[in-house]
Design a protein around this ligand. Structure first.
Ligand code: AMP
Length: 314
């Protein structure tokens, strides 16, 4: 709790707090960023609390970014949530504040920040922010909007409580958040709703997944396929977990071709550790949910071969 106290002191001493998160935000990035912003605004009405980062796309029903002028960073406390390494922080001005704090649940491969709270046992960064707020329950105010955002972040990163990172502590925190009068069913519906084109792409993924005898599943979504279904890279988050429903699949990769011909590699596993493979290919992430970048199909196939080795050794 020493680190929580240091963060709490830094917050109390700062007139301006700017909160960042990672690029291509998911519900946990926005939930932890937006949830913390709501808590701090309610708890310290005279402080300037700002959310920094690029566009949030279709997730704008969760939270939106503020216009943060450069001058705001002078003397500011900057808190980055849910972001393992500095190149992935959205808005490079994160380093221009007076103090930098990292609050995250990914493996701490890049130990940036003056104060770092990393709990890889937490299901999500939203769980950490909720835990932090409840720890100072006499001084920090949880609002209904904050509870909704943090709930959304936890639901997002646990795959609706399916993934192994879901613990009894996660459920206790979720229960406390659900004491607030937001509508979990409404937010769940928004988070699971998919467009018809993404539903059709889901069919393609299940029909075309290539499954190796080791249990490694491979799906390649070329530019042509993405165009055929009219789907953008950001929308592939809805289909990443689909292969987990196939009983013979142990771990898998969904490789999404980018406009420049590179492939975004979205890697997932039911048990064998895959983030070491991701790290070898300009990526990283959690042991069972990682991302990487491949410059071409040759590198995609190298990644597949390395994943097969992981599956066969497990
Ligand atoms: P994604 O498939 O993009 O949802 O990523 C899954 C996980 O891997 C996320 O928790 C990310 O933090 C991590 N990740 C994705 N891409 C990268 C990358 N290029 N470098 C490091 N970590 C990544």
């Amino acid at each position: 709790m020493r680190l929580y106290n240091q963060i709490f002191e830094a917050i109390k001493e700062s007139e301006t707090v700017i909160i960042h998160r990672h690029k291509n935000p998911d519900p946990d990035a926005l939930g932890s960023q937006g949830g913390l912003a709501e808590i701090l605004k309610a708890s310290f009405p005279t402080k300037k609390v700002l959310k920094a980062g690029g566009p949030v796309g279709d997730l704008n029903y969760l939270t939106e970014m503020d216009d943060v002028p450069d001058e705001a960073y002078q003397e500011a406390l900057v808190i980055v949530t849910d972001t393992a390494n500095t190149p992935r922080i959205s808005d490079e001005r994160y380093s221009q504040g007076k103090i930098l704090i990292k609050m995250d649940h990914h493996p701490n491969d890049d130990d940036y920040g003056d104060i770092t709270v990393v709990n890889t046992k937490a299901s999500s960064s939203s769980e950490i922010i909720a835990d932090f707020c409840f720890h100072y329950k006499n001084e920090l105010i949880m609002t209904t909007k904050a509870a909704e955002l943090l709930y959304a972040g936890i639901v997002g990163d646990t795959g609706r409580f399916l993934y192994p990172a879901t613990t009894s502590k996660t459920m206790r925190i979720v229960a406390d958040l659900m004491e607030f009068p937001f509508k979990p069913d409404e937010i769940n519906r928004k988070m699971t709703a998919m467009s018809r084109k993404v539903a059709q792409l889901s069919g393609y993924v299940l029909q075309n997944i290539d499954i190796h005898a080791s249990g490694v599943g491979k799906v390649i979504l070329t530019k042509a396929i993405m165009e055929q279904f009219g789907v953008k890279d950001a929308e592939t988050s809805a289909i990443v977990s689909l292969p987990s429903t196939l009983e013979e699949v142990v771990l898998w990769g969904i490789f999404v071709e980018q406009p420049d011909g590179r492939f975004r590699c979205r890697l997932r596993s039911k048990g064998p550790i895959i983030n070491e493979v991701a790290k070898k290919h300009d990526g990283g992430g959690h042991p069972l949910a990682s991302g990487a970048n491949a410059k071409d199909l040759l590198e995609v196939n190298q990644i597949i071969q390395q994943l097969i080795q992981v599956a066969e050794q497990s």
